[in-house]
Design a binder for this molecule. Structure first.
Ligand SMILES: *Cc1c(COP(=O)(O)O)cnc(C)c1O
Length: 366
């Protein structure tokens, strides 16, 4: 069996190997304190420095304008499914949700607990496209418009930033955060859990425009209240310190690679390697998503037909495991295969998968 494992999991997902070396070195002696960060108070100078350094690297990578706060909150991505309406819904009591896959559907469902939710595009259960913005039914009175820029399960990724006519745009970027440059000034709020592309689970990175603060509903728990957390500089309670630390080390690694332009080039290259095999296989592999919105992070596909061939898909996964290509099983909601090509997954690893895919279809598609 080959010794190296190639992890194509959707999340918690692969971290850069170099970051593991750094974590190992620092684990029991954080910044010369003689103790681990795991047993350090969040009110000490070393942690306060870390808290600032991680904010700074987020700001540098995404060019975050000075009128945006950067918050590290507990509760991951889904914590913010509640956090978003709890912090913004009071503006008008209603919000627009663009549901393009399972995650934005879940976000919309959570928001309904706190106000009226308007579905901007017709409901579907086959998420394979993003309808043209000219067909969207936006409510000019909405408190905000929510999108998920990359649907991790369905593999649908926005290839544009919607024009919401002045209504604040809120984006769940859990699975494509830091995979490319983004014009932050086009958004009111950007948030995401870290464990897909920028770290490990437990922390949500929230970037919020300052004029949107001070709108929280009275029932908003302090722990989810952006205004309270901004005032406390993300140290309201004990934050998920280790997850924040890992996120910082991952973001510094991205910087050393050359930043987000390089991440984007690599994402294009890696995802093309897979999509090209799908195309060349003449219908043996089927990618259900429309070409212009195919995700560069999560690539779901079926084998044999659009609804998949159970036996072939099982055989594919088994053969992949034998080559140490792991966590390729599609999400249980959609079945089939899903390859995630996040920042930490190397071009070489994707080439191994692409080669396996080619051999597999040549063997079966005679
Ligand atoms: C994984 C994921 C979430 C949920 O993140 P948790 O940290 O598990 O709550 C939300 N949105 C998207 C797009 C995701 O991929």
């Amino acid at each position: 069996m080959p010794s190296k494992v190639h992890n194509f999991g959707a999340g918690p997902a692969k971290l850069p190997e170099e970051v593991y070396d750094i974590i190992k070195n620092e684990l029991t002696n954080f910044e010369g304190t003689g103790i681990s960060l795991l047993e350090t108070s969040h009110r000490t100078a070393p942690y306060l420095r870390l808290n600032k350094n991680v904010q700074d690297v987020v700001r540098r990578l995404l060019d975050v304008p000075s009128n945006y706060k950067i918050l590290f909150l507990s509760g991951g991505g889904q914590g913010e499914f509640a956090g978003v309406p709890l912090n913004l819904m009071s503006r008008t009591g209603t919000a627009d949700y663009v549901v393009t896959g399972a995650w934005s559907a879940k976000a919309a469902k959570e928001a309904k607990k706190y106000g009226k939710v308007n579905l901007v595009i017709p409901p579907t259960d086959r998420y394979t496209d993003i309808p043209n913005q000219s067909t969207w039914k936006l409510d000019p009175n909405a408190s905000y418009v929510h999108i998920c820029t990359n649907e991790t399960i369905h593999g649908v990724e926005f290839d544009f930033i919607p024009d919401t006519k002045g209504v604040p745009l809120v984006a769940d970027m859990s699975s494509n955060f830091m995979s490319k440059k983004v014009d932050v000034s086009k958004f009111g709020v950007i948030y995401g859990g870290a464990q897909k592309n920028i770290g490990t689970s437990g922390v949500a990175l929230v970037i919020v425009r300052e004029d949107l603060l001070n709108n929280a509903l009275p029932i908003c728990p302090s722990i989810l209240d952006w205004t309270v957390n901004a005032k406390a500089d993300s140290i309201l309670n004990t934050p998920p310190m280790f997850a924040i630390y890992i996120m910082g080390r991952v973001l510094e690694w991205i910087e050393r690679q050359g930043g987000l332009d390089v991440m984007e080039q690599l994402a294009t290259k890696k995802s093309s390697l897979i999509y090209n095999i799908i195309e060349e296989s003449n219908g043996f592999y089927v990618a259900p998503v429309a070409k212009n919105v195919r995700s560069k992070m999560n690539i779901p596909f079926r084998i044999g037909s659009i609804d998949g061939n159970d036996a072939l898909e099982k055989e594919f996964l088994k053969g992949a495991e034998e080559l140490n290509l792991i966590q390729l099983k599609g999400h249980r909601d959609v079945g089939g295969i899903r390859a995630s090509t996040y920042n930490a997954v190397t071009v070489e690893e994707v080439k191994v998968l692409a080669q396996y895919m080619r051999e597999f279809y040549k063997k079966h598609n005679k």
